[in-house]
Ligand binder design. Sequence first.
Ligand code: ASP
Ligand code: MG
Length: 408
Amino acid sequence: MNKLIVKKFGGTSVANAERIEVVAELIVKSVEEGNQVAVVLSAMGESTDELINLSKDINPNPNLREYDALVSTGEQISVALLAMALQKRNIKGKSYTAYQLGIRTNSMHSRARILDVKVDKIKEEISKGIVPVITGFQGMNDEGDITTLGRGGSDTTGVALAVALEAKECQIYTDVDGVFTTDPRLYNKARLLKKITFEEMLELSSMGAKVLQLRAVEYASKYQMPIRVLSSFRAGEGTLIEEEEESMERPIVSGISSIDTEAKLTIRGVPDIPGVAAKILSPVSEAGIDVDVIVQNISADNTTDFTFTVNEEDAEAAEKILLDMSNSFGGGLVEVDRDIAKISIVGRGMRAHAGIASKMFQTLADQEINILMITTSEIKISVVIKRDCMKDAIVCLHDAFDLDKELD
Ligand code: ASP
Ligand code: MG
């Protein structure tokens, strides 16, 4: 029987020596229960933020090869400390950097993607009772340079390692009890979900649920590696994210996510001709800017408006691109609106139920919340609204869809 579990611990779980001892105890317990364990760690507490701030003190736009060399050091500290804490408990902990292990990535510094993970060596070690403790968040490219996987990237390391090791489960320990129907800080009736499908989690992650890095969920879904999100602070089963089974209950709406860190850009007076959307969006994506909700209006006078949302951080760069473009089109207006939030309801039961969208829109209308943009997928409906309405929107939707009540 497969007894191998990959356990990944986030920054708050290893924030100080005391927390590292707690994590060591959790690992001892799991080993005593007969499991084989491989560990992936984030950097301690806020140390990645501190390193990023340091680099910005030197240069607001640091060279990304050096940025990666710097920010990857945080994880090197936590893994060595945990290995020591394990050894103190007579567990053969052994730290590894991604470099030592051979976690190969592409060369997109600061947002690299994992290409493959060499596990022969640690597989052998695990079979000898060693608990490898591996740096999350980092890899190396073919030039042998250190790369990092983007903020929250240790989750992806955890999943990639679980896949390469053919583990039975990837457990992601954090400071919350699991995945909730909505952010409990925004609504106290939020309920912990016992199970959720990859598909739903992907929609929730991409729509702002901050528990897991989106790429980690994509990776897990691709290789069908079950992920369990759980707390390192309190005992509990957490939330299991897995492939949908026939027998699984299908709630119409499983969760509501919100994001208030996007900005909306509009370019007006765009000629309504084939290829224009590609012409607008290609330079934006070439600049590495992720575009989210996109709306193109019906044209009047052969010109149209084109609106999309991006991360607030990218708004300025996207605006510049649009201004250049607008000049080449004859000078249509470019507008940026940062006062927005996006709310999404997600649930695989939506496929089989009509009327969910209208219920959502009516619920918002009853609260006099104006909808600025709408997009839908098979299992998700998102709306963009004014930022100061975000909390009210979550509360009224959570109530309207009875998300505080468990399916029976
Ligand atoms: N330490 C990195 C970060 O803060 C990676 C991670 O925690 O997953 O983003
Ligand atoms: Mg994290």
